[in-house]
Design a protein around this ligand. Structure first.
Ligand code: ZN
Length: 194
């Protein structure tokens, strides 16, 4: 089946807010690895969400994500750690429907994925390009909260679903340019926001 180019309508809606436990204020913004850094194509390994280094890495990810305009997600590999950990926050994004607020998950698993929608996508590790990528429209993702190891299950759609799939791809060493439908036609030079 051909993916449809369906614009996702609707504004942001706050349904809940999750602040990962164990998050501290003193974390530093980290440099982002950029393609073609070899770590970005290396699969990441599971981590212990109770390990203080993982909790600190979560803080660094969140601080780094928030330090970049329009950044809605970041994975640990992008700051040089090949462990299965990411954070997202689509709060206020104009294409968000579901919105769990700030979420950090270790060892995420995709429990369900359905639908197929094409949207333009970018990545902090490939700062100069955007491309059209087909992904599931709705997902159910489970993972462990850093600092507590509590299991969290996120039901997401629209940009929040896409964002988690993009980050989980990073944990498997896959970049969005690997999924761009027609790289020659579909890569677009990106406007710099900062
Ligand atoms: Zn990315």
């Amino acid at each position: 089946m051909q993916p449809k180019k369906t614009p996702i309508a609707g504004g942001p809606s706050m349904t809940s807010a999750h602040m990962p436990s164990g998050v501290h204020r003193r974390a530093r913004v980290h440099t982002i690895l950029e393609h073609p850094h070899p770590a970005l194509t290396r699969p990441s390994v599971d981590c212990d969400p109770l390990d203080p280094e993982i909790v600190e890495l979560t803080n660094t990810l969140i601080t780094t994500m928030r330090g970049m305009p329009r950044c809605v997600g970041l994975s640990a590999v992008q700051v040089g750690m090949n462990v299965r950990l990411f954070c997202i926050d689509v709060t206020g994004h104009n294409k968000a429907r579901s919105c769990a607020g700030l979420v950090a998950l270790a060892n995420p698993r995709i429990l369900e994925a359905s639908g197929n929608v094409v949207m333009r996508e970018g990545c902090a590790s490939i700062p100069d390009f955007l491309g059209d990528v087909a992904r599931a429209e709705t997902v159910v993702v489970a993972g462990l909260v850093p600092g507590s190891a509590r299991e969290m299950v996120i039901y997401a759609d629209a940009i929040e679903a896409r964002c988690m799939l993009h980050e989980i791809d990073h944990l498997d060493g896959v970049l969005f340019v690997d999924r761009v439908l027609d790289p020659a036609a579909e890569l677009h030079t990106r406007r710099r926001y900062s």
